[in-house]
Design a binder for this molecule. Structure first.
Ligand SMILES: Nc1ncnc2c1ncn2[C@@H]1O[C@H](COP(=O)(O)OP(=O)(O)OP(=O)(O)O)[C@@H](O)[C@H]1O
Ligand SMILES: [Mg+2]
Length: 544
């Protein structure tokens, strides 16, 4: 028998709204909180990127202290402290305990943070896994205070308790929290690697990391100049989608749609607006932007795509810079050879400018050391932030994988090579809210390929020389082995003096390879010295 039909009234008794905090509480993987190792890195990543943004906004050379302590099974205490400007008491709750609140998302300026989610996301994760609030110390105009911050997920609002003025000296912001379902690991996906790479892409900052074993690791500041400060810019019309345009229009204070265009977007003069008017005939340009409808926006976007625009201004993008990347790579990887390339600005999606920097480094600490030997590594960055996860979904990985490495005498499977790529943009197109990979836009992939290939060309000569030298050394060693055997056999056969025979063969070979002969002699002398010392040590041990 068919079941009785249920009315919509009945079903809608269950209708509820829920807050963005409730949403992320259930979908924390979207913020990077999935997998125990990754979750712990995400916590550190969110608070460290915030510290760097804050210090740079305040013109302070960043000094960041990160400490991770094990406090139980899969349970750790994390503290991130900076020497930045701190957060005024009045804003601390909202800044760190409200999702989608911050000082950055409404500014069109190149920064690490974009969304106003990171800090409160970390708090949400602490609260869900350990039930504990965050413990915060901050300075405000030379005075220090401390407080605890929790989050009311139903309202997406902060609960600030124990606000206390501090008498001791404190400058900056320190955030401490307890997190469970996490694990510390010293792997290529762990906190140590994350901070090492942060130091690499931010040579102006100093990072101290105390790991769970109590070991202090310091990544020293390599340059003492602040990076150039990015200037806020206006969005370019070609970078807009329909809903972006609606959002801008509904938030605008301009009187008319025509003036809204001139006030809000880059490269938009009243002449350009007149051209748009000609095409988007159904749109009333004299009505207030607040009344812009979806259909209007659709028409306007069509018109925007139909007119010619001056390319967006890329001066707002500040890459790390060739000289700084060199210093940082030297400092962290100490390679035998490297080539760094900074490309000119390009645009994606028609109107969003970006700049790619790439480097290929060979030898030293470049690449990975595996049980079988060396292997190539890809170091991915977006606006100087290391990207450790979601490798397969990233435009950088895609670009590097499609390069024919053999053409550059490079073998990413067996050689100690690091490929470094940093993409800088006012709007990095991440492939998810967790910001761990750059989405695979065609223009971006192509530009990264070109940058990496250019960098690879610069190391090709060096690697070819190195391969040739290895080949020659091998050939020299084999030939000399044969010479030794030949001298012995000839002497036995003919009765001629073996040493004389060998010396004359040696003379012929050495004439062509004097440097290899010298190298060989040095190696033999070293080996003999080592053996002698070993024997003496043994003798000493026996007589004791
Ligand atoms: N260490 C800090 N010093 C000073 N202000 C900070 C610090 N950390 C966070 N803030 C303030 O708190 C706000 C919220 O931080 P949150 O990480 O949630 O968002 P965001 O960094 O703006 O964007 P995203 O979600 O992309 O990280 C920031 O915009 C900033 O104003
Ligand atoms: Mg942030």
């Amino acid at each position: 028998m068919a079941e009785k039909e249920i009315s919509s009234e009945e079903i809608f008794k269950e209708f509820k709204e829920h807050s963005i905090a409730e949403f992320f509480k259930k979908n924390r993987q979207m913020l990077g909180y999935s997998g125990m190792v990754r979750s712990l890195v995400t916590v550190v990543h969110e608070y460290v990127t915030n510290s760097l943004d804050a210090c740079e906004a305040a013109n302070i050379l960043p000094d960041i202290d990160v400490a991770v302590t094990e406090i139980g099974e899969n349970k750790y205490r994390v503290r991130v402290k900076d020497n930045g400007p701190g957060i005024p008491k009045k804003f601390v709750g909202k800044a760190l305990g409200t999702i989608l609140a911050g000082t950055k998302f409404h500014q069109y300026v190149q920064q690490r943070g974009q969304q106003g989610i990171g800090a409160a996301g970390g708090l949400l994760f602490a609260q869900v896994t350990t039930g504990k609030p965050l413990f915060v110390n901050s300075s405000e105009k030379g005075k220090a205070y401390s407080c605890k911050i929790a989050i009311d997920t139903q309202k997406n609002s902060p609960i600030v308790t124990e606000m206390t003025d501090l008498t001791e000296e404190f400058k900056g912001l320190s955030i401490e929290g307890e997190f469970a379902d996490v694990k510390y690991e010293k792997s290529e996906h762990g906190i140590y690697e994350y901070l090492k790479r942060t130091a690499l892409s931010n040579p102006h900052c100093q990072i101290k990391f105390t790991d769970p074993d109590g070991k202090e690791n310091v990544f020293l500041r390599a340059v003492s100049a602040m990076p150039q400060k990015p200037v806020p810019t206006l969005p370019h019309p070609l970078g807009l989608a329909i809903n972006d345009l609606l959002e801008f229009a509904h938030a605008s204070q301009s009187r008319k749609i025509s003036s809204f265009f001139v006030d809000t977007f880059a490269r938009t003069t009243s002449n350009k607006v007149a051209e748009l008017r000609e095409i988007a005939k159904t749109v009333d340009f004299d009505k207030p932007p607040r009344s812009l409808t979806w259909t209007d926006a659709e028409e306007l976007i069509k018109a925007i795509r139909a007119v010619k625009w001056i390319a967006p201004d890329a001066t707002a993008i500040i890459p790390i810079g060739e000289a700084q990347v060199k210093i940082a790579l030297k400092n962290i990887l100490d390679p035998e050879f490297m080539n760094v390339v900074e490309r000119k600005p390009r645009v994606f999606r028609g109107g969003i400018p970006f700049v790619v920097e790439a480097a290929v480094a060979y030898g030293g600490k470049a690449g990975y050391q595996t049980d079988e030997g060396s292997a190539g590594a890809i170091l991915r960055f977006a606006n100087r932030v290391p990207l450790l996860f979601d490798t397969a979904n990233c435009a950088i990985t895609e670009a590097v994988k499609t390069i024919e490495w053999k053409r550059y005498n490079i073998d990413m499977e067996t050689q100690p090579v690091s490929v470094f790529v940093n993409l800088s943009s006012v709007h990095v197109p991440y492939s998810g809210v967790g910001k761990e990979a750059i989405s695979k836009e065609d223009e971006i992939i192509e530009e990264i390929r070109l940058a990496v290939m250019e960098a690879a060309r610069g190391v090709q000569q060096f690697i070819r020389g190195k391969q040739h030298a290895t080949f020659e050394a091998g050939r020299y060693k084999t030939t000399m082995r044969y010479a030794k055997q030949l001298a012995k056999d000839l002497s036995e056969l003919t009765g001629a003096n073996e040493k004389e025979l060998f010396d004359s063969l040696d003379k012929i070979v050495t004439k062509h390879y004097p440097h290899l002969k010298k190298q060989d002699e040095e190696e033999n002398a070293k080996a003999a010295k080592g053996k002698k010392e070993e024997a003496e040590e043994e003798e000493g041990a026996v007589s004791e």
